[in-house]
Design a protein around this ligand. Sequence first.
Ligand code: CTP
Length: 397
Amino acid sequence: MSILSGKKIILGITGGIAAYKCVEFARALTQAGAKVRVVMTDAAKAFVTPMTLQAVSHYPVHDDLFDPEAEAAMGHIQLARWADAVVVAPASADFIARLIHGRSNDLLSTLCLATNAPLVVAPAMNQQMWTNAATRANLTQLAQRGVTVCGPASGIQACGDVGPGRMLEPPELLTHLENIFTPKLLAGTRVLVTAGPTREPFDPVRYLSNYSSGKMGYAMAAAAAAAGAEVVLVSGPVALEAPVGTRQVKVETALEMLAAVMQEVKSCQLFISTAAVADYRFEEVADSKHKKAQDNLQLNLMPNPDILAQVASLPNPPMTIGFAAETDNVLAAARTKLKTKKIDMIVANQVGIPDQGFDSDTNIVTLISQEGEQAFPPMLKTQLARELINYFSERLR
Ligand code: CTP
């Protein structure tokens, strides 16, 4: 179940082309189980229609401060009190300026002034407007007042410019909102996560690797960040964006991953090793491409260091969590790894079957520690990550 289930969210839409993204965002909110009331400024209605937002939020849109009928149903103060969070997306430069001055010259600005609920803004504007000193100063003040500012992203803009000012995509915005409601069980904690595969080259164009997608590790990093931890994510090559609130260090080989981990691990309280580190690397890496020949090709492999075991053997190790990917005798093999690597806990999961392990969105795992074993039912990796992070944070305390 989403953490947003049952949460009462006011979605404020201001005037900007990014308003079209709000249709999808409102839909994502309702699908997550949130109760959504949409408030639109007049300018917003130039970009999307209230009818569309009514259809996806399942409620009539609020747009008029002085509408007696709307006030009789749920007045603006009632609406401000009703909300668990107010999200303004897109937040135009003008609306941000009005927020800064505490204006209440339309329904949305009045609501923002009258609510006690957390305020989230997702700015969207032309890159020149975004970098303008006035906007910069306004944004600094907003953050100082405790408003959560999400984004913007950089890229090609509707006006043809390239630069910062694109509204975050709905899934990213949803994550920011989920994070607001997630208990901060790891506040003040530094967490290091490894994720994805490593690549071991044998010439400039070829390498040895595995099928790891990085999804479990990225979900762990995201869940730790949502729980308030400072998260460093050391990642092998994957096709995923760094989760909101994490610092990503990109590596290719096991040796690079080891170096990055040793650099970062000193001040960490929790080390989560989800990376599928290649156990071997090539003894020699050619400077130029191997040419095809009729004979068999012989390449010698040598063992890579065990990063997790090295962290666990540090003088003052953090709490160490391993992930065992197995095709056979899953639990027995994981128990052995727990002992030989001398780690605190290991998450055992079977790989090589559909809907589990590498590249799937779901996983079925058993958490093994010295104290016992806990089997988790099948669930999304994102949800599993949240449950595991809750468990680890309890143990840390
Ligand atoms: N691991 C590591 N460094 C390695 C190999 C593994 O840090 N060189 C970590 C993984 O990130 C994982 C745990 O050790 O948390 C178990 O990894 P796994 O691949 O299941 O086991 P291996 O130790 O590689 O043993 P085997 O390949 O024989 O199953």
